[in-house]
Design a protein. Structure first.
Length: 256
């Protein structure tokens, strides 16, 4: 698999690097063995966000330094890290099938993935179904690779005003606060793929989400090498006019 890196990579002491590995593996969305660990780091951030990346971002240097000298915390971190590695390497249902092809990779494409509120890239049933497919494929060991789009705006938050009217609150998805990592090329720079459009080449960066055993690659047109219009192609889920929606489908289908 291509190498990828999260912006928190250089902020954690080496001994605490397994924290980032645990945070970036979205298995925590259906396996809650590490919940108490995140709560012990910062109970308020964990309860409000259920996002381990934000928990790590808000943990101060003094807090991290104290954890380095906490035998109980380090023992629990080691146990969880070992359990994660065992999950990734143990034989699965798919491995035990007598008729399983020796070399098989299933490509799974979807416009949205509902895996967790910490990664708001979905609007409803299709996204939730796609997210459940990835989780199940991970547990069964199905060799699946998923492809989607990285939206700067996912779904909106709904509130009601005093008259009962719906209010739509849109938030921006900042990669630094999400459990995703940028995919790098052989030169160590962000990997880009080119998609030929009339009169121009659309450049797409790639973000990686780890869903247990399943990698999910998200294509992102918000690149400074693109025109302002093209940067907005993956701006919002099902957003824009018909042309933008058509371009989103080209990015997913052909770019993917």
């Amino acid at each position: 698999m291509p190498e990828s890196i999260h912006l928190l990579e250089g902020m954690l002491p080496g001994e605490l690097r397994p924290l980032l590995d645990l945070a970036l593996d979205l298995r925590w969305t259906w396996n809650h063995a590490a919940d108490a660990l995140w709560q012990s780091l910062d109970a308020e951030v964990w309860e409000r966000t259920r996002n381990p990346i934000l928990v790590l971002q808000n943990a101060g240097r003094n807090r991290l330094a104290a954890l380095l000298h906490d035998p109980a915390f380090r023992a629990e971190l080691s146990r969880l890290d070992t359990a994660r590695r065992q999950y990734l390497t143990r034989a699965t249902w798919f491995d035990r099938r007598q008729d399983a092809p020796a070399a098989l990779t299933v490509a799974y494409f979807s416009m949205e993935y509902g895996i967790t509120d910490a990664l708001p890239l979905y609007s409803g049933g299709l996204g939730v179904l796609a997210g459940d497919h990835l989780k199940t494929a991970s547990d069964l060991g199905v060799p699946l690779v998923a492809v989607g789009l990285f939206y700067r705006e996912g779904y909106f938050r709904q509130m009601l005003d005093n008259d009962g009217r719906q209010l739509e609150l849109h938030t921006q998805n900042s990669p630094t606060g999400l459990p995703i990592s940028i995919v790098l090329g052989e030169d160590g720079a962000p990997l880009r793929i080119g998609l030929d459009l009339p009169g121009r080449t659309l450049r797409l960066r790639i973000w990686r989400v780890q869903v247990g055993r399943v990698p999910l690659y998200l294509l992102d047109s918000d690149d400074p090498l693109n025109t302002p219009f093209d940067r907005g192609i993956t701006g919002s889920l099902y957003g824009g006019d018909g042309e933008t929606r058509f371009l989103q489908e080209l990015v997913l289908g052909i770019g993917g």
